[in-house]
Design a protein around this ligand. Structure first.
Ligand code: ARG
Length: 463
């Protein structure tokens, strides 16, 4: 009657119900942790051997057995069993099948609670490194595109209305800055990911003479989790990672929103290579920017994962609770979404062509140099508020006349302020406006060129 194959069957009078097995099993998704689980077990076993807690021969057998299992998993020959609940018990059972009693000694001084926390941290550390290198590649694609457009004029917007001329290079480098902060957040989160829970055992530590520092060193952790209760129950690191991911996705969602507008025929600022778009099954003329639209859409799902993880943790008493098993799917889906998005984005940016004429035309259509005109009058001695008023009247006049400020005759402009002289036209042109914003962080081509250089120095410093 008792299912003797079950790890804890000695304690129970009846086998676990089939439905409950299916409900509680995590092996379908946590098998992704298999390599990290083996890596953690190898370090644990070697420490047990070095401390004389298990015999050296057993350590050798465990090493051999786990390496064989690793091979079985990599080649797709490992028979995962739902009955064995999770990745940890599947691997341990197989190890015992292969090497007998030595396999049963592996779990000495350890619990699945500190084991799983270790596995996730190992896995997330590697994933964070992957994220960081993909952010880097995306930043490089942005800088390359920005460099081609240090003096390409486009309208800068506020309220999605033409505000002042900017260069496309400058606009693109705004996203470079966002990604730089994103990289900083992931690098910072990595410090707190990279701590070893093993040794906390179930929750209170263990009575064996373990050497946690030894295991930490072998696994490349910066140190151990200082409190055993915290070690097994902490998932802050997963939340921090997901928060950083949500913010990064939010940046790319904003970028996507702009690309979607820019590619629409109403703007016509850019074209995206066909391989990133699809057509319509009914409207033959359509070319839809699916990739940026999906990036915008997938941001919602990553934001959702962040909320799921926060909610998962909010009412858990110390220490481990089975709730924690629910950390994996949101985390895995976050990383899958993020890594794919970063990769496709870098690729897509290299497939963008810019319609400089359309950008320039748009910049001349919304009185983008009106502020420059006001600043010109201020420099001639008029208080800013009066200058603002004079230029507002000039704009209304130009609007009625259906032309740009720069198209108005000198005498007409002088009608709005006697301070106007013929040199006014140099500030009313787009190039004049751009060149005048020549300070750190400004849009003057000279500054954008300098910003590109700085960006490249930054990228090679962290490569
Ligand atoms: N599959 C479990 C998880 O992901 C492993 C830890 C199980 N621990 C326990 N006490 N049931 O959290």
């Amino acid at each position: 009657m008792q299912d003797k194959s079950n790890t804890w069957s000695g304690r129970f009078n009846e086998p676990v119900a089939e439905l409950v097995k299916r409900y509680t099993a995590s092996v379908a998704f946590d098998r992704r942790l298999a390599e990290c689980d083996i890596q953690g077990s190898l370090a644990h076993a070697r420490m047990l051997g070095a401390q004389g807690i298990i015999p050296r021969e057993d350590v050798a057998a465990i090493e051999r057995g786990l390496n064989d299992i690793l091979e079985e998993i990599r080649t797709g020959h490992f028979a995962w069993q739902l009955d064995l609940e999770d990745v940890h018990l599947n691997i341990e059972k197989r190890l015992t099948e292969k090497i007998g009693d030595a396999g049963k000694r592996l779990h000495t001084g350890r619990s699945r609670n500190d084991q799983v926390a270790t596995d996730i941290r190992l896995w997330l550390r590697a994933t964070t490194d992957d994220v960081l290198s993909r952010i880097h590649a995306l930043q490089l694609a942005i800088v390359d595109l920005a460099e081609q457009h240090v003096d390409t004029v486009m309208p800068g917007f506020t309220h999605l209305q033409v505000a002042q001329p900017v260069t496309l290079g400058h606009h693109l480098l705004a996203y470079f800055e966002m990604l730089k902060r994103d990289a900083g957040r992931f690098a910072d989160a990595r410090k707190r990911i990279n701590r070893l829970p093993l040794g906390a055992a179930a929750l209170a530590g263990t009575s064996y003479p373990i050497d946690r520092e030894h295991v930490a060193r072998e696994l490349g952790f910066d140190g151990v989790c200082e409190n055993s209760l915290d070690a097994v129950s902490d998932r802050d690191f997963a939340i921090e990672f997901t928060a950083a991911a949500a913010l990064l996705m939010t940046h790319l969602s904003r970028f996507s929103e702009e690309l979607i507008l820019w590619i629409s025929p109403r703007f016509g600022f850019i074209d995206i290579a066909d391989r990133f778009c699809t057509g319509s099954s009914i409207m033959p003329q359509k070319k839809n920017p699916d990739v940026p639209e999906l990036v915008r859409g997938k941001t919602g799902r990553v934001n959702g994962h962040l909320l799921a993880l926060l909610t998962l943790m909010k009412a858990q008493p110390l220490a481990y609770n089975k709730d924690n098993q629910e950390d994996k799917e949101p985390l895995f889906d976050t990383t899958d979404t993020l890594l794919a998005t970063l990769e496709i984005y870098a690729d897509m940016l290299r497939g963008i062509t810019v319609n400089k004429d359309a950008m320039r035309r748009a910049a001349t259509e919304g009185f983008a140099t009106a502020t420059d005109f006001a600043d010109y009058l201020v420099k001639k001695g008029l208080p800013f508020r009066d200058a603002h008023e004079a230029v507002a009247r000039a704009v209304r006049h130009a609007e009625d006349a259906g032309c740009d400020l720069a198209d108005l005759d000198l005498t007409v402009l002088q009608g709005f302020s006697p301070l106007v002289e013929s040199d006014v036209y140099s500030v009313l042109t787009l190039e004049g406006s751009l060149a005048s914003r020549n300070h750190i962080g400004g849009t003057a081509p000279q500054q954008v060129r300098a910003a590109v250089t700085q960006a490249r120095i930054y990228l090679s410093s962290i490569a």
